[in-house]
Design a protein around this ligand. Structure first.
Ligand code: ZN
Length: 137
């Protein structure tokens, strides 16, 4: 079935991130000066503004920082409602906006600080999107 939702357009700064996802690896950047991880990709550290940064592979484990259960879909997402738009805080400290899946979109089942883990969603042959689900541990 054709995938009709918006797709990312990788840039030179984000290509490593998208290439990693396609291999089912979560690649984010870390600052060599202050040792903090960050997201989204950019050529300088948002904490100390150093340009001495590197790419690292992280576990894809974290916790649900905050979320909204969305009933008003963006175009292309009509058949998905309700769905969970989430901000996940990775164990390494960086935060990502994503979707929480494989859970009932209900506050009885979705709670702040719940442990979550990444799911690699191969939406097209070229593009893999990072989503998260309740951790199975
Ligand atoms: Zn830094």
């Amino acid at each position: 079935m054709a995938y009709n939702k918006p797709l990312p357009a990788p840039t030179p700064e984000t290509q490593e991130y998208w290439d990693g996802l396609k291999r089912h690896e979560l690649r984010i950047q870390r600052c060599r000066d202050c040792s903090r991880h960050y997201f989204y990709p950019r050529p300088f550290c948002p904490h100390c503004y150093s340009r001495n940064v590197e790419w690292t592979t992280v576990s894809g484990k974290g916790k649900l920082h905050t979320f909204v259960i969305n009933y008003r879909p963006a175009r292309g997402f009509e058949s998905d409602v309700p769905y969970v738009i989430a901000i996940v805080e990775l164990d390494e400290g960086a935060r990502m906006m994503t979707n929480l899946i494989n859970v009932q979109p209900d506050p009885q089942h979705v709670t702040a600080d719940m442990p979550v883990e990444i799911v690699y969603d191969d939406v097209t042959p070229e593009v893999t999107l990072p989503k998260f689900q309740p951790a199975r541990r």
